[in-house]
Design a protein around this ligand. Structure first.
Ligand code: ZN
Length: 196
C-alpha cells in the first residue's frame, strides 16, 4: 500500500517532526509494534524494544535511548509495556537451559519471580501464573527506571516524566495499566541520589 494514497502530505509532515511525548519500552515480539497497538503515527512515540521489555541498569543500548528521550526529546511519559502470552516470560519460568546469552537475559525475569514467589506459586494454572508474572515484571521494570540517575535528575529539575506500566492483551487488543510512578515519587532511600 502506498502511504500517500490516503494521506498525500504524510511524508512531508514526517520529515519535519520528531517531537514525541512518549518513550515506549516494549517487547521485541513481532505482534506488539508500539504504533499499531496504540493507534499512533510515526513521530509520536520514541521506541525501544527487547525480549520481555526489561530495564537493566547495565544495558547501554536502553540507557542511551532513555537518556536521549528524556534529556533531548524531553518526553513527558515513559511507558513500559509488556504483553500477555510473552514467550520470554514463559521461558523464564521453565528450567530449560537456553544457553548464553538467553540465560543471562532471562535471569532478570527469574529474579522478579523470586521476589513474588509465594503469590505466583499459589496460582496453579500456568498461563494465569505467567499473566501475573507479566504484570509484576512490568512493575519491576518501571521501578528500575526510577532507580536511574537519568530519571531522578529529570524528576528533580523538570518534574517529568511520569512512568507507566502497561500490559497489552494479544487476544482482545486491550491495554491494561498495572502500575504508575508520577514524577517525583520517592523510592527506597538506598537508590535515591542526593547530589544530582
Ligand atoms: Zn514478549
Amino acid at each position: 500500500m502506498v502511504k500517500t494514497q490516503d494521506d498525500p502530505d504524510y511524508f512531508n509532515r514526517l520529515a519535519h517532526i520528531q517531537t514525541p511525548e512518549f518513550l515506549w519500552i516494549g517487547c521485541s515480539d513481532s505482534r506488539v509494534p508500539a504504533n499499531e497497538i496504540t493507534g499512533t503515527d510515526p513521530g509520536e512515540i520514541f521506541v525501544h524494544r527487547n525480549v520481555a521489555n526489561l530495564v537493566i541498569n547495565t544495558d547501554v543500548n536502553l540507557l542511551a535511548v532513555l537518556d536521549y528521550a528524556v534529556n533531548h526529546l524531553k518526553v513527558k511519559h515513559v511507558i513500559v509495556c509488556g504483553h500477555y502470552g510473552c514467550g520470554g516470560i514463559k521461558a523464564a519460568t521453565t528450567n530449560i537451559d537456553f544457553k548464553q546469552v538467553l540465560n543471562m537475559w532471562l535471569r532478570n525475569i527469574k529474579d522478579v519471580y523470586r521476589l513474588h514467589r509465594e503469590q505466583l506459586d499459589a496460582i496453579k494454572d500456568v498461563d494465569k501464573r505467567c499473566d501475573l508474572l507479566t504484570e509484576l515484571n512490568v512493575q519491576e521494570q518501571v521501578a528500575n527506571l526510577a532507580k536511574t540517575s537519568i530519571i531522578q535528575r529529570a524528576w528533580k529539575n523538570e518534574n517529568r516524566p511520569d512512568l507507566h506500566g502497561w500490559v497489552y492483551g494479544l487476544k482482545d487488543g486491550i491495554i491494561k495499566p498495572v502500575f504508575e510512578m508520577k514524577a517525583g515519587t520517592h523510592i527506597d532511600k538506598l537508590y535515591e541520589y542526593e547530589d544530582l
